[in-house]
Design a protein around this ligand. Structure first.
Ligand SMILES: Cc1cc2nc3c(=O)[nH]c(=O)nc-3n(C[C@H](O)[C@H](O)[C@H](O)COP(=O)(O)O)c2cc1C
Length: 365
């Protein structure tokens, strides 16, 4: 098998190596910000342990042609069931930040979720790949007027859906950052608030994360705020049947089963472990994304077999960006797609969309 990599030299050959190269290139504090999790990082480890606890129920001699990884999410075609995550402070990893990510996404036929706390504004990211389908991410809390303005901007810039991060009422207890006294320059998270000085920006994000004043919203308030737009919305950060039902009842068109890559509540369960509960609560029709712990193509196949419509890559996309810029993100996406094709062929399946729970089993110990 030959991989057709982009012509630009990329300094890594595997998804694992993308992390090693990113670590070499970034300062120790920025690496810890990218790689780290909350508390003792138990949830961060658990995310990987859960993927490793599943085995494939390999079938042979299927007589099927080369398998297809193509699928879709909310009507947007995908060359494989992968989206890139809304990761903020993206300019810390590469000067082009999410602009490079969405260009790579478009070239590889996947969809990017563009963060509110990004280095570039959502309009600047849209302009980097004008014809690409994109999703904008927002934090549903804080000042309602600012939120309404953001909805209008998202619509005007041609985004196709809105991803609302519901598991971030405040930042997680990230001890690596505390130890490093890591202080994010407000400008790398302030692309959406141009013209504001650094103290103004601290205000915007301070207000966003202020639990006491404009504070955390309820599902009712969220539903009310979203009645102001026709765009479909997705609730990111769902781990229980109760919240899955609450989110869809509030109007969410899709869910992201996520523990934020173990960066928020340490002690939360692995996302993959919660996927069957959430799928069971909303039934087969609702589209569900999964993130937290995706590191290779085989992980994507396991997540889809267990009920995900598609997955989101966070650290893997950020590391690819840090290691090789736009070409690095393209390479990671290609590696993910080629590995999925190989896994599906060996599994004896004709298409990623045909997978069910019978394709996997729990490891026997
Ligand atoms: C550096 C970094 C910044 C992030 N910033 C945001 C953000 O601004 N909003 C958000 O919803 N999620 C954010 N996330 C979480 C990701 O969207 C995603 O949920 C998580 O990275 C998935 O886990 P994984 O890293 O194991 O793939 C961030 C993740 C990283 C690594």
């Amino acid at each position: 098998m030959t991989l057709e990599h982009p012509a630009v030299a990329v300094p890594f050959e595997t998804t694992g190596e993308a992390f090693a190269v990113a670590r070499e290139r970034l300062s120790p504090e920025v690496w810890d910000f990218l790689d780290g999790g909350a508390g003792d990082e138990a949830t961060l480890r658990e995310n990987r342990a859960e993927f490793e606890a599943w085995r494939f129920r390999q079938r042979v001699m299927s007589g099927l042609p080369s398998p297809s990884t193509a699928t879709s999410f909310l009507g947007m075609p995908l060359s494989m069931p992968v989206l890139t995550a809304p990761f903020g402070a993206d300019g810390l990893f590469d000067p082009e930040g999410q602009r490079a990510v969405v260009r790579a996404d478009r070239a590889e036929g996947v969809v990017g979720i563009v963060p509110e706390a990004g280095t570039y504004s959502l309009e600047q990211v849209a302009a980097a790949a004008p014809e690409a389908a994109r999703i904008a991410q927002l934090h549903p809390m804080g000042d309602r007027r600012n939120f309404r303005t953001m909805l209008r901007r998202i619509e005007d810039a041609g985004y196709r859906a809105i991803c609302l991060t519901v598991d971030c009422p405040t930042g997680g207890w990230r001890e690596r950052n505390l130890r490093n006294r890591f202080d994010i320059d407000p400008r790398v998270v302030g692309g959406n608030y141009p013209g504001r000085g650094s103290s103004d920006l601290s205000d915007v994000f301070g207000q966003l994360f202020d639990r006491n004043e404009a504070g955390v919203w309820s599902w009712g308030e969220l539903s009310d705020a979203m009645s102001d737009t026709q765009l479909p919305w997705i609730a990111k950060g769902i781990l229980t049947a109760e919240d899955a039902v609450a989110a869809t009842s509030a109007g969410a068109s899709a869910l992201v089963v996520s523990n934020h890559g173990g960066r928020q509540l340490d002690g939360a369960p692995a996302s993959l472990a919660q996927l069957p509960e959430v799928r069971g609560a909303v039934g087969p029709e609702t589209e569900i994304l999964l993130d937290s712990g995706i590191r290779r193509g085989a992980d994507v196949v396991k997540a889809v077999a267990l009920g995900a419509t598609a997955v989101i890559i966070g650290r893997l996309a950020a590391a690819a960006l840090a290691a090789g810029g736009e070409a690095g993100v393209r390479r990671v996406l290609r590696l993910l797609r080629e590995e999925q094709t190989t896994v599906l062929t060996l599994l004896g399946r004709g298409s990623i969309t045909d997978l069910g729970a019978d394709a996997v089993m729990r490891a026997q110990r």
